[in-house]
Design a protein around this ligand. Structure first.
Ligand code: ADP
Length: 301
């Protein structure tokens, strides 16, 4: 269990990046969702024991990460957003170097561990190729291989699917889902689909606060019978925006717009039909509610 309590981070400036975040995270995949600048990386860096918070606590199975990060590091794997590689090394050489730097124990020998890890992330065939020839997805999987060395209790991945093509993303999803069966995986992203596909639990972070912490399915079903969809022209869209809370509007060919609205009073615009809620809807509604609350509270968003 990962327990994050009343976490506050103030950077010099001052920039208040976290304003008191509390989240309890059990085994499995947990999604941390929020726009750029929300405080996700700050939170991840504190949980990884790389950054000291201004206040609050983080414990992993009872061990205090803030007070004694060294004790927890061996049980923690981290794939940061900007993971650096040496392009001229092969995949196997890269991993060997990273394992040495990390001081990972390899009872059966490091070569064997390197091979096992590459197999695990489906890169065994590319072990002898230079990393500079790897695709974005292959690099991410190599990053995961170093992160899972030593079989960590907690795996932290920051924006892992940014820049991956759809095939690579699916492959990465499968790997992460597998890893989440036996440990805590904290996945930070601004891509709602990542969380919708992978994470049974999530938190939505906005302006340094956790504005929603929930099981993903429960968050979705709280919006049951409140979401509606319809197709309107440009003028219609303006009218719907004025009368309803629009969660999404896509332009379709012929300048028509497919529009989703949140109508908790059960009174959608004329011609709109009830649709099952998606996690995108959850995200938009949570963000909008938080924005309203912040405005009502004096603008301290
Ligand atoms: P996210 O990962 O959600 O994009 P971050 O945690 O990177 O958000 O940033 C949260 C806020 O803290 C932003 O306003 C950002 O500009 C600020 N911030 C991040 N790192 C620093 C830093 N080292 N010094 C000052 N401000 C920072």
């Amino acid at each position: 269990m990962l327990e994050i309590r009343d976490l506050v981070k103030i950077y010099p400036g001052p920039v208040v990046a976290l304003k008191g975040v509390s989240i309890t995270i059990p085994n499995g995949l947990f999604g941390l969702l929020g726009p750029n600048g929300a405080g996700k990386s700050t939170l991840m860096n504190i949980v990884a024991g790389l950054l000291e918070p201004t206040g609050g606590s983080v414990t992993l199975d009872g061990a205090d990460i803030v007070k004694d990060p060294r004790r927890v590091w061996s049980r923690l794997g981290y794939l940061p957003q900007d993971f650096g590689f040496y392009p001229h090394l092969t995949g196997a050489q890269t991993l060997d170097l990273l394992l040495r730097l990390k001081g990972v124990d390899a009872p059966g020998g490091r070569r064997r561990l390197v091979h096992e890890l590459l197999e695990r992330v489906n890169l065994a065939d590319a072990a002898k190729r230079r990393v500079k020839g790897y695709s974005g997805g292959m690099r991410q999987r190599l990053g995961i291989a170093q992160a899972i060395a030593g079989d960590p209790r907690l795996l932290i991945v920051d924006e892992p699917t940014a820049g991956l093509d759809p095939d690579e993303r699916m492959r990465f999803y499968r790997l992460i889902a597998e890893l989440g069966q036996e440990r805590i995986v904290l996945l930070s992203t601004h891509i709602v689909e990542d969380v919708a596909t992978l994470c049974p639990r999530l938190a939505i972070i906005r302006g340094g606060r956790a504005v929603l912490v929930s099981e993903t399915a429960a968050a979705r079903s709280r919006l049951d019978a409140t979401m509606y969809e319809g197709v309107v022209d440009g003028e219609g869209l303006a009218a719907v925006r004025a009368s309803h809370r629009v969660t999404q509007a896509y332009l379709q060919e012929g300048s028509r717009h497919r529009v989703r609205v949140h109508a908790p009073d059960g009174e959608p615009p004329a011609g709109f039909v009830s649709v099952p809620p998606t996690l995108e809807d959850v995200y938009f509604v949570a963000m909008r509610d938080a924005e309203r609350a912040a405005t009502a509270g004096g603008g301290a968003a």
